[in-house]
Design a binder for this molecule. Structure first.
Ligand code: AMP
Length: 223
């Protein structure tokens, strides 16, 4: 299973990628999480990436590629990987193509999760994350039992700097300018499937599984 999940910030890529990784035993590679860990640990890479992330801009390719490459190395083997948040531009997709080629493998499918911009802003600006365990909540759709406190570990909930409304709008602009062209890029390579990202996580997962399964049916039909 070698899969890329595409979609705007807040489309639910992380949730879906975690569910898929568990189902297939694949490695979940989330570029945003890798970068946030580097920032938290104050590594040189993290210190360099931080400013870009806080204002919702893309972190330069060479930094992201380094992190992703390290994690792809860990995922070598039959079980594969689910890429979440990477690639985010045509140049990153080209770099990914080169990385996979050098490993003698290729992508099975690219799934784009489609969610309207207004819905994204509503979802992300209400999002709260646990400082301790990373669990996510939404102040309206999925509030914690006690305001500001994580249900699982009693950690303090906070709003990610880049989840504030203005930064979310900036991230959407970046998505539309830099990442959306990947739909055409992977469409041309006949790898793309689109799913509707508005609904319950289980419903969206079912659509993704159908999209992955339908490739096999199509492949079989194509002989
Ligand atoms: P995410 O958690 O995927 O929404 O990513 C949070 C932030 O990390 C983004 O707004 C970017 O600043 C940075 N980031 C994550 N993935 C990438 C990537 N593939 N290329 C460049 N920047 C990225």
């Amino acid at each position: 299973m070698r899969l890329v999940l595409l979609g705007p910030p807040g489309a639910g890529k992380g949730t879906q990628a975690r569910m898929l990784a568990e189902r297939f035993g694949a490695t979940h590679v989330a570029s945003g999480d890798l970068l946030r860990t580097a920032v938290k640990q104050k590594t040189p890479l993290g210190l360099e990436a931080r400013g870009y992330m806080d204002r919702g801009a893309l972190v330069p390719d060479e930094l992201v590629l380094k992190l992703v490459q390290e994690h792809l190395d860990k995922s070598d083997g039959d079980k594969g990987f689910i890429l979440d948040g990477f690639p985010r531009s045509v140049s990153q997709a080209e770099a990914l193509g080169r990385m996979l080629k050098s490993r003698g493998v290729s992508l099975d499918r690219v799934v784009a999760i489609i969610v309207p911009d207004d819905e994204i802003v509503k979802r992300i600006s209400g999002r709260r994350t646990c400082k301790n365990c990373g669990a996510m909540y939404h102040i309206i759709y999925d509030p914690p039992r006690n305001a500001g406190i994580c249900n699982s570990c009693n950690g303090e909930l906070y709003q990610r700097e880049d989840d504030a409304e203005d930064t979310v709008r900036m991230r959407l602009e970046v998505y539309n300018a830099e990442t959306k062209p990947l739909l055409e890029y992977y469409g041309r390579a006949s790898l793309l499937a689109k799913v509707n990202g508005v609904g319950r996580p289980e419903e969206i997962q079912a659509q993704i599984l159908a999209a992955i399964g339908s490739t096999k049916v199509q492949d079989a039909r194509n002989g």
